[in-house]
Ligand binder design. Structure first.
Ligand code: ASP
Length: 356
């Protein structure tokens, strides 16, 4: 054999060995499925320094290809659930997503699930899934404030960290988690606080579940409220969700919007009240009037943090109202929609707000 031939054979052997090792290593990695729904993390702009962009332009395969480092953390495969800005999130996508998460989580070879989503409504989708996913496996949502084409795009590292959290067994049993900008939030606590800043998500009062920096995870605690396998709610057999509207309270408010919501078919109304879930006397009169007719009315608050408790400045017992406790209006709406799939009994619905 010529020297050149034996060198070539050696190289071929080396390449074969290297490939075999990679395949073996890949096989031993936990399997994580990535469900993409759109959002800025999949957004694109014409230039890397412009504010205007379109959400949901980049597909799941491109998303995966953009972060090859994540393939060292988990064996990844992707599915496109939708490709929309999360301002357009809707019940059809929610039900499709929840059913798919439940299917995947039941597969023995799937270790965890990552969901990419827009930041605008991620807190609502996370909380919805937190109540209807029937698994203790990690379900981790992530997002980005800057589109994939931007200077200093935040999506790739958020995605990498989300995969690290989803691939880690310690993440299981903590409800649906949201990983953005190095922080791990619980679905019941996180809320978007800035329209443009990368550090937009906070978990006021209840605090973070943990942190994750370049894949290094530190957990502090579990989430607040019942979730996933402890939850009484389910999407199985559901094709629609009851209509619940949110109405913000303000100076000189009358009952017109409350009555209009009921006329439009709302089965429930959440008031984003002033202070401790308060509103003007005329708004309260309209609300209790609708409550007497069977619309379930929940008092939440437009204030950024704090609980709305029962019978503080409003006589909930007398007026037939429900207090949102720690949930902000957008999450109170999610819980009320699911509650209405089971009951209209006010005591029972208040219990849900106490427990979830
Ligand atoms: N409007 C975008 C969305 O929610 C914003 C984002 O993802 O940051 O899809």
């Amino acid at each position: 054999m010529s020297g050149r031939m034996s060198r070539l054979m050696l190289i071929a052997l080396f390449v074969a060995q290297a490939t075999a090792m990679t395949a073996a290593q890949t096989a031993s990695l936990p399997q994580v499925v990535v469900l993409a729904t759109g959002g800025t993390i999949a957004g694109a702009a014409a230039s890397d320094v412009q504010a205007g962009y379109t959400s949901g332009k980049v597909g799941v395969e491109q998303l995966l290809a953009a972060v090859p480092q994540a393939k060292k953390l988990a064996s990844l495969r992707g599915e496109q659930i939708s490709n929309i800005g999360s301002q357009d999130m809707n019940d059809e996508v929610w039900l499709k997503l929840a059913n798919r998460v439940n299917e995947l989580a039941a597969m023995p070879d799937v270790a965890g699930i990552v969901i990419t989503h827009g930041t605008d409504t991620i807190e609502e989708t996370a909380y919805f899934l937190n109540l209807v996913v029937k698994s203790r496996k990690p379900v981790v949502m992530t997002a980005a404030m800057r589109p994939s084409t931007a200077l200093s795009a935040d999506g790739p590292l958020n995605f990498y960290n989300a995969v690290a959290v989803a691939a880690n067994k310690e993440s299981g049993g903590r409800g649906v988690l949201v990983v953005v900008n190095d922080w791990i939030h619980g679905a019941s606590s996180l809320t978007k606080t800035s329209t443009t800043a990368v550090q937009t998500f906070l978990s006021p009062i209840w605090g973070l579940i943990g942190t994750v920096a370049y894949g290094e995870i530190e957990f502090f605690r579990g989430p607040v409220g019942k979730h996933t396998t402890e939850s009484e709610f389910s999407v199985s057999g559901l094709t629609t969700l009851p209509r619940v509207d949110i109405i913000m309270a303000y100076e000189n408010m009358d009952g017109a919007l409350i009555n209009a919501a009921a006329s439009a078919g709302a089965k429930g109304i959440v008031i984003a009240g002033v202070g401790n879930g308060n509103m003007t006397a005329s708004a309260l009169e309209a609300l209790s009037g609708q409550a007497k007719k069977g619309v379930v009315a929940v008092r939440a608050s437009r204030v950024a943090t704090g609980r709305v408790g029962r019978n503080v400045e409003v006589e909930d017992d007398k007026l037939g109202l429900v207090a949102s406790m720690g949930l902000n209006p957008q999450k109170a709406r999610v819980l009320l929609r699911l509650a209405l799939t089971k009951t209209t009994d006010l005591k029972q619905i208040q219990r849900y707000f106490d427990d979830y």
